[in-house]
Write a protein that binds this ligand. Structure first.
Ligand SMILES: *Cc1c(COP(=O)(O)O)cnc(C)c1O
Length: 427
């Protein structure tokens, strides 16, 4: 028996005797048991990713609120709830999910530009920790709803620090042209107004500048701009109990080298200390960096199809399972689950069965494969299953959580019955 060889950048995936395993569980055996496409997650990768944040905040008053839109499966949420995390949610549905997973409502923060009155009432009723308010209009509505409900809503206002996170335009959120947050120059006036509203209690300030950020500098830039505002707001006599710097830290998809969460926060804390805010309560809202490289998607090669210009490798996973390439031209590594000795490597476009030319998973990939082989699409823990759809009446994939030698099916494959159940014919 050979020693398992770890995949570079993926410490919880290894090749043992030519076969990929996640922690100590073989992907071939999981695919045989549960079918494909199949998402498989390493629990240890998630806990290690969380530990990097905890190391960075050692000795500080800090709370990690997992941004569940990255992966909101109950089995994943339970891992973070048991580890003591708070949660960042963006809908009433996400609130119901975190509560079902055992979250403490006081550790839940509610972000998003379009909260409905019903969602506000739902969050007030369970007593969430904070609403991250994103506009002046939302402030007025939340105040009115809170008064109607006989409660006070704890709020933070999301500031748009106008910092370029140098990431894909669709996942840049802190620039002037984005729909998120309120403009920097309006912030003091908005806080003064918020403090005067009887249904609201000002508790903090927040920002979130984008996603898949692989550099410390945009964070440091946002930090200085937020702290300038904190000083200006507190001069008016309003106290901000917490500072929330959002999420956005990137992961290694293709040799990317984001800083570790501990490294990032050592640098952030140096600046916070220098400006006298190091002992303030700190909140972060990481999503991708807590789950992204925990997951792989196992898919079967249905056909190989030589073409005039391109060779296609048609697999049973598609853009409805793995939407990131179609949405953001994102790169996912694709590797065979079992090394093949025969044949030779061929350059393929790896595509799904969905009837769209945008349905590709990887372009120009050199693979030594044959019909029936399994492939693993790496870095599939974040923004894959959570964005999955039923396009082309494809059922959503199953999910397995691996911990050491143990594998738990945390979501069964969606059936056709699940899909058709909500529909009716005309009377
Ligand atoms: C999406 C989002 C996050 C998490 O972003 P990641 O890039 O996944 O870390 C955090 N906060 C808010 C407000 C978000 O919208």
């Amino acid at each position: 028996m050979s020693q398992p060889a770890r995949l570079p950048g993926h410490p919880h995936i290894a090749r043992k005797n030519g076969e990929l395993q996640v922690e100590a569980v073989s992907l071939t055996s999981l695919a045989r048991e549960h079918g494909t496409p199949l998402f498989v997650y390493s629990k240890q990768w998630m806990l290690d990713a969380l530990a990097a944040y905890q190391r960075g905040f050692e000795g500080r008053d800090a709370m990690v609120c997992y941004a569940i839109k990255a992966n909101s499966s109950l089995g994943v949420l339970r891992v973070f709830a048991e580890a003591g995390c708070g949660f960042d949610i963006v809908s009433g549905g996400e609130l119901a999910r975190v509560l079902a997973a055992g979250a403490d409502p006081a550790k839940v923060i509610f972000s998003g530009v379009g909260k409905t009155r019903a969602e506000m009432r739902q969050a007030l009723a369970v007593g969430i920790g904070c609403f991250n308010v994103e506009s002046e209009a939302e402030l007025e509505v939340l105040n009115a709803v809170a008064i109607e409900e006989g409660r006070r809503a704890a709020i933070s206002v999301r500031i748009n620090p106008n910092v370029d996170p140098k990431t894909h335009p669709y996942i840049s959120t802190g620039l002037k042209g984005n729909k998120f947050g309120v403009a920097h120059d309006r912030a003091v006036a908005i806080y003064r107004h918020a403090a005067s509203l009887e249904g609201l209690e000002v508790v903090g300030i927040d920002c979130h500048i984008g996603s898949q950020i692989t550099d410390v500098s945009p964070y440091l830039e946002a930090l200085e701009r937020v702290l300038d505002l904190v000083e200006a707001i507190e001069k008016t006599g309003i106290r901000l109990h917490h500072l929330d710097f959002g999420g956005g830290l990137g992961i290694d998809y293709n040799g990317d080298t984001p800083p570790g969460a501990d490294t990032l926060w050592r640098q952030m804390l140096t600046r916070l200390d220098a400006r006298g805010f190091g002992q303030r309560r700190l909140i972060v809202e990481p999503g991708r960096s807590l789950v992204g490289n925990a997951g792989v998607c196992v898919t079967e090669v249905l056909f190989t199809k030589p073409g005039e210009e391109k060779n296609f490798c048609i697999v049973d996973a598609a853009m409805n399972d793995l939407p990131r390439p179609a949405m953001y031209q994102a790169f996912h590594q694709i590797v065979p689950v079992k090394d093949r000795q025969d044949g030779s490597p061929v350059l393929y476009d790896v595509v799904g069965p969905v009837c769209e030319s945008g349905d590709w998973i990887g372009r120009d990939r050199k693979l030594q494969i044959a019909q029936g082989d399994l492939l693993a699409v790496l870095s599939a823990g974040a923004y894959c299953m959570a964005m999955a759809s039923n396009y082309n009446t494809r059922g959503r994939a199953a999910e397995v959580l691996v911990s050491g030698e143990r594998a738990t099916l945390i979501r069964r494959r969606e059936t056709l019955d699940d899909q058709l159940r909500a529909e009716r014919f005309e009377d």
